[in-house]
Design a protein around this ligand. Structure first.
Ligand code: FE2
Length: 252
């Protein structure tokens, strides 16, 4: 979320990657530019800071440069079930010393834009088609409703390594490994300023609720924190061994 989120990501995720605490990092870059969808420059900065893949979301076309340039971005993933004809790709494969990791993004339809294709049908087609031989698959289910994200997690149990939710900025405490070996969490939370309302300055948000008058929602600054989850995956089977929810404050 904005610059405080990028700083927290660069310093905390970058250190974890450098120290070998994690081998592979997926960043949801959805709100990385002042709370809006990132430009290619910002996604490149996240990739340079330690991310192996960057997912987007409903804000994927906020930056005109991203609309024009996403086809050239090799590790940037937009939702796979956007309306047909959208630029970019809904999954990427990244080769690592341990093996290939596939990152997919889907977007929900409950309380979201009505023109998205069905995410359930979409991933079903992909798992039977182009991803049929992929072993280690991470699915970012970007959505508003917890029910839709949880249903997706259950739907994909045993068929992908992990399903994690993004979009609501509120980390849930329901992380688990389902019985057939898929790690799951309804929402990873937010990497950004926690002294805020979902990353925005508090006062204008309250004023908007009180008066109904549109306000400028600047990104807040206080208490930058990294939130997310660490998943341990068996690279041979693609099944998850564990999932650990993380929340790490950036020390001043
Ligand atoms: Fe979103």
């Amino acid at each position: 979320m904005g610059r405080p989120g990028r700083n927290a990501f660069n310093q905390i995720a970058g250190r974890m990657k450098n120290d070998g605490e994690v081998d592979f990092v997926i960043a949801n870059g959805e709100n990385a530019a002042s709370g809006r969808g990132p430009s290619p420059e910002i996604t490149q900065a996240l990739l340079g800071a330690g991310a192996d893949a960057v997912t987007l979301g409903d804000h994927c076309w906020d930056s005109r440069e991203m609309v024009a340039g996403i086809d050239m971005e090799s590790a940037v993933v937009r939702p796979a079930n956007l309306p047909k004809g959208a630029p970019g790709r809904g999954y990427v494969r990244v080769d690592t010393p341990e093996g290939t990791v596939t990152v997919v993004q889907l977007i929900g339809r409950v309380f979201m834009q009505p023109n998205y294709e069905c995410p359930f049908q979409q991933i079903e087609r992909m798992l039977k088609g182009e991803l049929a031989n992929d072993k280690v698959i991470f699915v970012d289910m970007h959505g508003e409703a917890s029910s839709e994200r949880m249903a997706m997690g259950r739907f994909l149990d045993g068929r992908v390594s992990a399903v994690f939710g993004t979009h609501t900025h509120c980390q849930t405490s329901d992380e688990t490994v389902f019985t057939k070996g898929t790690a799951y969490i309804t929402d990873l939370g937010m990497t950004g300023p926690k002294d805020s309302v979902l990353g925005r300055e508090v006062e204008p948000v309250i004023r908007k609720f009180l008066t109904g008058v549109p306000q400028k929602f600047d990104v807040a600054k206080g208490d930058p924190t990294l939130e997310g989850a660490i998943v341990d995956v068996d690279m041979k089977t693609g099944h998850a061994r564990s999932i650990e929810r993380v929340r790490i404050r950036l020390e001043d």
